[in-house]
Design a binder for this molecule. Structure first.
Ligand SMILES: C[S@@+](CC[C@H](N)C(=O)[O-])C[C@H]1O[C@@H](n2cnc3c(N)ncnc32)[C@H](O)[C@@H]1O
Length: 462
């Protein structure tokens, strides 16, 4: 049995023996083992022994043969590899062929790569783009690539935007770590849509919210489900504008049930998280994660009564012990690392998440009740979201502030809060929840929309 060590030894001591071994393997398994373990090829390695295998009947052997030829970056194989792209049926091997052509990093390969931009398989187009980007300074290559900006594939659009789009952050409020003073530790009484009109672009670091449920409570009456989704769409559009580049929106929702009007009718269930998702993506929010908040079964409404008696299939109704905590990021071509690098080391250290963090997307958290508000966040949920998705000193927003749980958690974690709430009785509850700290640089303020608008017009608050 050949070992990896022997292959390494042959590479440095007896290259002719290695060529012979590649050309006359004992079996396909041995050949594959050699190809997979060739690793970095020595200078002067000639790929001719590999060439016959790019038409081998075994997909893996073809793939590894092409991959190894690619490491050589040898122009002599350009035409052979290109021809194979026209006949190869396996899409992974095809992509590797294009990658091997790109790795030649030679202008002679540009016409071949340019032709591959027409390929119907986006994976091939992306690989060809990667090869051509080496020459993006050449006007004809730049023009060819820019022509792909309208390509229907979203990943291709993203790559081109990242390479050629401008990174002008003039619309981003000040520095990434700053936020307007007039929004720090402020709760505004009013309709979030009115309030956000006075908020500059790129002011907010994190939004965590639980929107009003569709017609499930007194404070949430909408003329239709479409109208409800339109309303949320409008709010999250405005949140998008006012959020900083690459920062997060986290939305807690769950499907809801509108009870039947009589025994002749069925109750109606609305899949809010799924219907809202499409609107958020359309508004420019990139889907990142779906976290499930699980509650103890004893804490939720029992739907099992009838079924427990009759046990008739189709009438099964599970108790809904979960809600979604959907995580989105304001779409950008910048990596998360870019966001993190905006902070000084002291802030990064102060914000480091401790060891006892939740490692899975299943969060077991007890729900909370409140004597004034009927649907409040448990503080632990806010605490986790704030710790995992913001830095100390960030501005954390809840457009549907309710009783102000997010604000309380934000203050406890040295972040600034900004809330909006439309109902005066809940707004009053926020003032009781957020007692704050008398020595804060920005003491908590509870204002009307008009007074907020006035503050934001004052340049010292912006
Ligand atoms: C599900 S509750 C949020 C509860 C909150 N997460 C808490 O911990 O208390 C939704 C809140 O949104 C408020 N709301 C509904 N429409 C609003 C609007 N257009 N602008 C601002 N707040 C609104 C409701 O009055 C309600 O208090």
């Amino acid at each position: 049995m050949l070992t990896k060590k022997q292959i390494q030894a042959l590479k440095s001591d007896d290259i002719q023996a290695l060529y012979a071994l590649i050309s006359n393997p004992h079996s396909n398994a041995e050949l594959l083992f050699i190809l997979e373990n060739l690793g970095r090829l020595p200078a002067g390695f000639v790929g001719d022994a590999l060439l016959p295998y790019i038409t081998h009947q075994n997909d893996d052997i073809r793939y590894w043969a092409v991959k190894n030829i690619g490491k050589l970056g040898d122009l002599r194989y350009l035409n052979t590899l290109y021809e194979r792209t026209e006949h190869e049926a396996n899409t992974i091997v095809r992509r590797e062929l294009v990658s091997a052509i790109g790795r030649m990093r030679d202008a002679t390969a540009c016409p071949h790569l340019s032709r591959l931009l027409e390929d119907p398989d986006p994976k091939i187009v992306i690989q060809a783009i990667r090869g051509l980007l080496v020459f993006k300074q050449a006007p004809e290559i730049r023009e060819r690539l820019l022509a792909l900006c309208d390509h229907p594939n979203e990943q291709i659009q993203l790559i081109l935007r990242k390479e050629f789009g401008d990174h002008d952050t003039a619309s981003d409020y000040g520095h990434h770590t700053d936020s307007p003073n007039g929004m720090k530790n402020v709760a505004v009484l009013g309709d979030v849509r009115d309030v956000l009109r006075f908020v500059p672009d790129g002011s907010i670091h994190l939004t965590f919210t639980s929107p009003p449920y569709y017609n499930a409570r007194d404070y949430s009456i909408y003329d239709s489900y479409e109208g409800y989704l339109d309303f949320l769409g409008e709010v999250f559009d405005a949140v998008h504008r006012t959020t900083k580049e690459g920062r997060f929106l986290i939305v807690n929702t769950s499907p809801i049930i509108i009870p039947r009007i009589s025994r002749q009718y069925a109750s109606k269930r609305y899949a809010i998280p799924f219907d809202l998702h499409a609107r958020l993506v359309k508004a420019g929010w990139e889907f990142i994660d779906d976290i499930v908040w699980a509650k103890p079964e004893a804490s939720v409404k029992n739907r099992n009564g009838g079924f427990m008696q009759h046990r008739k299939p189709l009438a099964y109704k599970p108790n809904a012990v979960t809600e979604y905590v959907m995580v989105y990021r304001k779409a950008t071509t910048r990596l998360i690392d870019w966001n993190i690098k905006q902070y000084p080391q002291t802030v990064i250290d102060a914000s480091r998440v401790d060891d006892a963090y939740e490692t899975s997307n299943l969060w077991h958290i007890e729900p909370k009740s409140d004597r004034v508000h009927s649907a409040i966040f448990p503080e632990k949920l806010c605490d986790w979201v704030i710790r995992y998705y913001s830095y100390v000193g960030d501005l954390v927003f809840d457009p549907f502030g309710g009783s102000g749980t997010l604000a309380k958690a934000a203050v406890a974690l040295n972040r600034y809060f900004f809330l909006t709430e439309i109902m005066p009785e809940y707004f009053e509850r926020i003032q009781q929840t957020v007692t704050g700290d008398l020595f804060q640089t920005f003491p908590s303020r509870f204002v009307t929309t008009d007074s907020f608008a006035h503050d934001m017009a004052d340049r010292t608050q912006r």
